[in-house]
Design a protein around this ligand. Structure first.
Ligand code: ADP
Ligand code: MG
Length: 603
């Protein structure tokens, strides 16, 4: 055992450095705190500038309310805040800051210069602080608002300095954060300058989509589906990708709750649920979610850097967001656009069905369309409407309007479809007022079959049809010995099935909606999957097997007459999710009239 060491109070400068570690671990955490202060100060314009990844230089300038001269120095004290006064304020925080720790932490580990002026004072104030020591506090001439410059981060904490990543990587983190917060506050004009180059400047005119395109580019921003839903004190405004446009990571999922950029597994789950069955595993939708909710229903004070929040009721939030997005995905814009090269974006090369699909899709790939500008790709009607609006706006305010027309996501209406015919006995052609559609008969049928099966499975009353002659299935011993793992499930689907001895099962009734050959193929496929002894107690495993069996039960390439086509479309319409087969492939794709006209050089 070592000698007992004397317990001592740490001197202030060490204590400050330790405390700073919780809030400030790299340049982006400084930028975050400074920008949040600027937002809290009511700024309408915020400029962030960094050099060397923020290591040597960070400057945040705002045109907000400023700090009164006599308080400028106090702002650097720990737990100095103008934002809350007593404990009950903590339950209902409306500002981004409230801990009164940021400036104190920042000045403990760097050299800070604060220049600030309120609108009603004639001169401003300059305060210079280094390692928590005030070096200067003088009057100065400056515009209204606040500029904080932070130099030489961690110059006095070498151990932390060592942990900084490369300048490029630190800069990327800063730019990523400023991008996100700029989107969350579309009414504030943000400029992001890295070194000597401007990374982006937002218009600050309140258009979120314009901001997304401005910051993340057309590839990400174009064709997103707008979501707007309010209920019970919650409002979700979002822009999400159609299911055919996904990325291999969550890097373009941005969550903002009451103006706070947060990480949230609750919101990730809500998204995943809204897209369930509509995309492949390992792919993620693009999603910019802005949720406003009653402040008393969440706790923002659970993380020192405020990167996480706690909802009082997770499932209330999750359900609201899931439903809002799910219903937006049922709209017209959710139908994949033929010119967006559906298969390449979505289908992983290992899937057995792809060959067939790629051939189909490549057949409809028109190069000339792929090179269009976004404005040209917009549906002609909304384009014209925007032109009209633009004209009025220009007249009104002489400023350049946003280049992005407001997207309208009308509900998709199956009743508007007129069937024109079919090609290759596989693809049904249809049209409505503005679009031309190609429906994959096989994928559509698979979707219909799957949903009927699921409905039957969960319903208390089963609809079955009796066989004149029972069907018999001979199975491997693996199947019969694991009978209790699957037989009740198969019965729940509407099969009347019984062991007959000698590795044989007899089926006297099949689900009413199935053709006899479908019912047979379905069970055969199920049994062959069961003979691999999967873990059937896992619902997801069983689901996978069932979707696979649906596919093998439904045969493509049948010639459908017009009555059968109409019936199929009616059944598709009745589906909860008509836009993709259970494996995530699209059931139909569209091409706008405008795209057609472009193709023939008429527009
Ligand atoms: P908090 O934001 O949690 O209150 P900070 O240490 O970030 O704590 O800031 C301390 C105080 O300094 C704030 O409460 C605010 O009154 C003032 N302040 C900081 N930055 C600004 C700014 N950019 N504009 C106006 N006031 C500011
Ligand atoms: Mg703050």
């Amino acid at each position: 055992m070592g000698d007992h060491l004397m317990i001592r109070l740490l001197d202030k400068s060490i204590a400050d450095k330790i405390a700073a570690g919780e809030v400030i671990d790299r340049p982006v955490s400084i930028v975050k705190e400074l920008v949040e202060n600027a937002v809290d100060a009511g700024a309408t314009s915020i400029t962030v500038q960094i050099r060397d990844g923020g290591r040597t230089y960070i400057r945040v300038t705002d045109n907000g309310c400023g700090i009164p001269a006599e308080e400028a120095e106090t702002a650097f004290r720990r737990h100095a805040t103008s934002k809350i006064t007593d404990e009950k304020d903590l339950d209902c925080i409306e500002t981004l800051g409230f801990r009164g720790e940021a400036l104190a932490s920042i000045c403990a580990v760097s050299r800070v210069e604060l220049i600030t002026k309120t609108a009603d004072s004639k001169s401003g104030r300059k305060v210079v602080v280094e390692s928590s020591q005030v070096l200067e506090n003088t009057a100065t001439g400056c515009p209204d608002g606040t500029t904080v410059t932070v130099r030489d981060l961690f110059f006095n904490v070498p151990a932390r300095y060592k942990f900084l990543a490369s300048d490029a990587s630190e800069a990327r983190k800063v730019i990523d954060f400023v991008s996100r917060i700029a989107l969350s506050y579309p009414d504030i004009r943000f400029s992001m300058i890295n070194g000597s180059s401007t990374v982006f400047t937002t218009a600050g005119k309140g258009n979120i989509l314009a901001g997304i395109i401005n910051i993340y580019g057309k590839d990400i921003g174009e064709g997103l589906i707008p979501v707007e839903q309010s209920a019970g004190g919650f409002t979700l405004k979002a822009h999400v990708s159609p299911p055919d446009k996904t990325l291999p990571s969550r890097s373009r999922q941005i969550f903002c709750v009451n103006g706070r950029i947060i990480a949230s597994s609750v919101l990730e789950r809500a998204l995943d649920r809204a897209y369930a069955e509509r995309m492949f595993k390992g792919r993620f939708p693009i999603a910019f979610l802005f949720l406003a909710m009653p402040a008393e229903k969440l706790d923002v004070n659970i993380h020192p850097a405020k990167r996480q929040i706690r909802f009082d009721d997770n499932s209330e939030v999750e359900d609201f967001v899931t439903e809002a997005i799910r219903s937006a995905l049922m709209g017209q814009q959710a139908v994949p656009d033929v010119s967006k090269d559906v298969s390449k974006a979505e289908i992983p090369p290992a899937q057995p069905q792809i060959q067939e699909l790629n051939v189909r899709d490549d057949g409809f790939k028109y190069e000339s369309i792929a090179t269009e500008t976004p404005q040209q790709q917009v549906d002609i009607k909304s384009f014209l409407t925007t032109l009209r609006q633009e004209k009025n706006e220009t007249a009104a305010e002489q400023e350049k309007p946003d280049p992005v027309p407001a997207a309208v996501n009308q509900p998709f209406d199956f009743d508007e479809l007129t069937v024109i015919g079919a090609v290759f006995n596989t693809y049904i052609l249809a049209q409505d007022d503005s679009c031309f559609y190609m429906i994959d008969q096989h994928a559509a049928h698979e979707r219909v079959f799957y949903e009927k099966l699921m409905k039957q499975y969960h319903a208390s009353e089963k609809y079955s049809q009796q066989m004149l002659m029972p069907l018999s299935f001979s199975v491997s011993s693996d199947v019969s010995t694991t009978e209790d793992m699957w037989i009740s499930q198969v019965r729940a689907m509407g099969y009347d099935i019984e062991f007959f001895g000698n590795q044989t099962y007899l089926v006297r009734e099949i689900p009413a909606f199935m053709q006899i050959n479908e019912a047979e193929d379905f069970l055969n496929d199920l049994f062959s999957a069961f003979s691999d002894r999967p873990d059937l107690s896992d619902q997801r495993v069983l689901d996978k097997i069932i979707t696979r069996s649906c596919k093998s039960a439904v045969k493509g390439g049948d010639v459908l007459d017009s009555r059968e086509i109409t019936a199929l479309i009616d059944q598709l319409k009745a589906c909860d999710n008509p836009f993709s087969c259970p494996h995530g492939r699209p059931t139909f794709v569209k091409m706008t009239r405008y795209e057609l006209e472009r193709m023939f050089k008429r527009a």
